[in-house]
Write a protein that binds this ligand. Sequence first.
Ligand SMILES: Nc1nc2c(c(=O)[nH]1)N[C@H]1C(S)=C(S)[C@@H](COP(=O)(O)OP(=O)(O)OC[C@H]3O[C@@H](n4cnc5c(=O)[nH]c(N)nc54)[C@H](O)[C@@H]3O)O[C@H]1N2
Ligand SMILES: Nc1nc2c(c(=O)[nH]1)N[C@H]1C(S)=C(S)[C@@H](COP(=O)(O)OP(=O)(O)OC[C@H]3O[C@@H](n4cnc5c(=O)[nH]c(N)nc54)[C@H](O)[C@@H]3O)O[C@H]1N2
Ligand code: SF4
Ligand SMILES: [Mo]
Length: 726
Amino acid sequence: MPTSLSPPASVMTPVHLGEATHCPYCALQCGMYVSGGSGREAGGTLTVTPRHDIPANGGGLCQKGWTAAELLTSGVRLTTPLARASRTAPLSPVSWEEALDRVAGAVLALQAEHGRDAVAVFGGGGLTNEKAYQLGKFARVALRTSQIDYNGRFCMSSAAAATNRAFGMDRGLPFPITDIAEADVVMMAGGNVAETMPPFLRHLRDTLIVVDPRQTRTAKQAALHLKVTPGTDLALALGLLHIAITEGYADQDYIAARTTGFDAVRESVAAWWPERVERITGVPVASMRQAVHLLGTARKAMILTGRGAEQHSKGVDTVTAFINLALALGLPGRAGSGYGCITGQGNGQGGREHGQKADQLPGYRRIDDPAARAHVAAVWGVDPGELPGPGRSAYELLDALGTGGGPRGLLVFGSNPVVSAPRAAHVTERLAALDLLVVSDFVLSETAAMADVVLPTTQWAEEHGTMTNLEGRVLLRRQAITPPPEVRSDLAILAGLAARLGREEGFSDDPRTVFDELRRASAGGVADYAGITYERIARETGVFWPAPSEDHPGTPRPFLDRFPTPDGRARFVPVDHRPVAEDVDDDYPFYLTTGRVLAHYQSGAQTRRVRALNEAAPEPYVELHADLAERLGVVSGDMVVVTSRRGSARAAARVTRAIRHDTVFMPFHWEGVNRLTNPALDPTSRMPEFKVCAVRVERSDEGPSGRDGADPRATTAPRADRGRNT
Ligand SMILES: Nc1nc2c(c(=O)[nH]1)N[C@H]1C(S)=C(S)[C@@H](COP(=O)(O)OP(=O)(O)OC[C@H]3O[C@@H](n4cnc5c(=O)[nH]c(N)nc54)[C@H](O)[C@@H]3O)O[C@H]1N2
Ligand SMILES: Nc1nc2c(c(=O)[nH]1)N[C@H]1C(S)=C(S)[C@@H](COP(=O)(O)OP(=O)(O)OC[C@H]3O[C@@H](n4cnc5c(=O)[nH]c(N)nc54)[C@H](O)[C@@H]3O)O[C@H]1N2
Ligand code: SF4
Ligand SMILES: [Mo]
């Protein structure tokens, strides 16, 4: 199988450095060399060294990047397909033939009995463009189901909806990351890049303003820290715009030349007096004025948002309010200034462009647009009428599994929702109620451990593929080593399943063949990749989309001359503040917010299996203010129980003065935290409210032992038992 993946000669790099590729984790997609390619066979070790030619990291890597190769040769990875002899039997090894036959047989039976939508697909923003594209095509053409969505719904959907609405395009950073260094002032709302993308810090050269309920590592570097109450960024942004307008910082020439809708927005913020905003957000009026003054007098300024501002049931309107502020100050579309959202997952940008989203077709096309359907159907060689319509969003899909009208089979590629979905105990129950759960992964994640069939797949450095980083720069992640003999790439898995479902044609296992088809499918769309080739990416260290033809230079700054809206102008959109979905009360008197630590990635499925990372951050914890700790009579290291209306989790206390008095924080890299979180959804983006729910905190009387996450290698217990335990 790997022979078709061997690198084209023109894409090879000098042998002494190893193969030039990119990190398996976040959207910075730091460039790295992986050397010791024969290490697996020789029993030797693989070495990672940073690349200097990729601007995002320019020679830097974080601890996760430096240790990324460990999982390639680790004994904990999956090396053979697994299946259960019966529902209550443990997972045990089976041949590929048997595994794929079983999946296809069960899919056909479910669809024959309950219709096409009885089988669903859940994808991930870590998948390469080729995989994300092929997964969307597989769902629509081989399964012919409308039921496909992915974990990007939990990540970038609010920012995407808001930027589409304002600018007519969702490209996280609509400028090269190196432009950030040109700004005199950068405001970062709800992003902690010092932990989530450490090499990002090199681009923050001047004055930094951070909006965060916690004094994070990033906030410690800021000139100004606005310690906002969780869930109130929308009010804050309205207040900042009110001040900007009343104090004369609005850029009237820019507003007249490049935007529409300012008057309605000006009226809508008139009543957002700074004093009123202070009462809601807890941010002092003087700090707000200082922030506006810094932004308004800067020669060049940027406003960036991260998940802290976005993962709310009003995430779209919150991002819109920050965009309105940026537009009033005249920032977007000016070199060295602008608004951007910091994409999170490795291919979070490309993964949201090529059709694994419920309402989308490749090239960032809408699945309900007749012209888009006709174009993509022609590339796929099917009748447009055969393509299903839009399906359920991620949480709504998970919530419907195994219910009367919902899917009864689910195929998961690149996500671990048992740990990462909101109201996770409920999601786990839904997964346990399925007739068929299939997971493709390279480790036995908590979700894979529940599956009926587990398909072992190749990892990042074992296959070619393209990744689109947070700048919209399409990069080539090259194969550096040969995969173990019994694992298959996701593309090969999809090809094997498609053939068994009667679709032999059109499902290549060769990434370059799939990419060439993606180029045609995306041609003419907003995210147009038609002019991007593997050779070109290698030559130019990445190509910015849109690049409609091979002689088109690519588009590093798509908003410089005009915005991609029908009239070429950016749109102000009036929005209003609303409270969090679940506010604190006597029974649940604290806000719980959640997020990340440096050493772990996402659900932790990968990083909890890397020795150095596990040593750096061995278990979950609850960050709480010293005053609360005193009231509870706990010191750092004591166990506490955090309880919301949906469940409780136990973890060690970490006492600090760097968090608000009314807020506690837990990282979500271990099972437990998401049993507490609130699946209240944003009405537009369908983003859950990961960043705020109401909890109570108690001292745990049980001993200091067991944490909630249990064995990081998960369990192979019968999956029928799973839902009930949680
Ligand atoms: N180490 C590490 N790095 C990662 C990842 C990882 O799992 N681990 N994941 C990647 C992915 S997919 C993503 S999406 C990015 C996320 O990157 P970030 O957005 O930087 O990460 P988070 O920690 O989720 O949230 C950022 C901050 O939001 C704050 N916050 C919480 N509630 C609020 C609020 O109501 N308002 C405001 N303004 N702030 C609030 C939190 O205190 C936290 O410090 O990271 C990427 N990089
Ligand atoms: N409480 C709380 N919950 C959150 C968040 C939060 O801030 N707070 N953040 C949300 C966000 S922003 C995100 S992005 C999600 C992420 O949460 P998840 O969707 O669970 O993401 P990962 O942990 O990266 O899961 C990826 C899984 O796929 C596997 N995998 C990796 N690459 C591949 C591949 O190429 N093919 C296949 N087949 N498998 C692969 C990995 O081993 C892992 O098991 O979590 C969300 N959940
Ligand atoms: S910052 Fe992100 S891409 Fe860079 S090394 Fe760390 S995890 Fe990898
Ligand atoms: Mo994310």
